[in-house]
Unconditional design. Structure first.
Ligand code: MG
Ligand code: MG
Length: 274
């Protein structure tokens, strides 16, 4: 492992294999939460499920104790107009809610980071569409990434897709990021911008891509708990995230259970996992 321009951490193939272990545990924990999220369960109960699953598989929840004030939980649980960084607790999910769940795990010193938004029961069609557009924009971002390209190729693909689908807000205050021995590393990966800029996409780079999209504007506020980010206009928001890397063969979505193989095939993007 070395550090190149602007503190970007370049991993060896063996280290990427270790990141896959952390990524898989993160992805499997989110799948468990997807099937657990239903009307009547509290966000605190979801958090307990996540922590138990991560620790019982030899991982450490990376969010717990992160930042200032220290984040108190294993997952971020953000409901409806909460976009990201919601603190799990007594709030009980009801039919018609959507919940964005962000989760990170450390295994053997390496990080995985991923997020999903889940509908609880029936939600309006425009909310289903918001979730679809947000998730698809992330995949469009992956599909735009290739060795020798630039970080903002991803940003441009995410934004272009969202804009092509209708009137949505794309958060600018929060971005994707490099990841490896720390959860948040350079470079930032904005969800908007012109292509062909920023650091070069090279072998051994690992990035988390995480579009945050709203049914209204892009502006946000922080709640009194100093963590929870809500939309300023009260519009609902979705958030999807995966950690990925690029090998000489193609893309490897480290936090996807199948490494991204199926979805990448649909997009005509090469799969580069082992
Ligand atoms: Mg995350
Ligand atoms: Mg992240």
């Amino acid at each position: 492992m070395g550090f190149r321009e602007r503190g970007i951490e370049i991993k060896t193939p063996d280290q990427i294999e270790k990141m896959r272990v952390a990524g898989l545990l993160t992805g499997e924990t989110l799948e468990l939460l997807r099937t657990s999220a239903r009307a009547g369960i509290s966000t605190g109960e979801l958090d307990a499920i996540a922590e138990e699953n991560i620790r019982s598989h030899g991982g450490i929840p990376s969010f717990k104790g992160y930042g200032h004030p220290p984040f108190p939980a294993t997952i971020c649980a953000s409901v409806n107009d909460q976009v990201v960084h919601g603190i799990p607790g007594d709030r009980v999910l009801v039919d018609g809610d959507i919940i964005s769940i962000d989760c990170g795990a450390i295994v053997d010193g390496w990080h995985g980071d991923a997020a999903i938004t889940v509908a609880i029961g029936e939600v309006p069609a425009e909310v289903v569409e918001l979730m679809r557009v947000t998730e698809e924009s992330m995949w469009q971002g992956f599909a735009a990434a290739r060795l020798g390209g630039r970080v903002s190729d991803i940003s441009h693909a995410v934004e272009s897709y969202v804009r092509s689908q209708g009137e949505y807000g794309i958060l600018e205050d929060f971005t994707g990021h490099g990841i490896g021995t720390e959860m948040h590393q350079p470079p930032n990966v904005p969800n908007y911008g012109r292509p062909g800029r920023g650091p070069k996409l090279e072998r051994g780079l690992a990035l988390a891509i995480e579009p945050m999209v709203t049914l209204g504007g892009k502006d946000t506020e922080v709640e009194d708990d100093d963590w929870t980010i809500v939309t300023e206009d009260g519009s609902w928001a979705a958030h999807f995230e995966h950690t990925f890397t690029i090998t000489p063969d193609g893309l490897w979505i480290l936090t996807a259970i199948d490494g991204g193989k199926a979805r990448l095939a649909e997009l005509g993007a090469p799969y580069g996992g082992s």
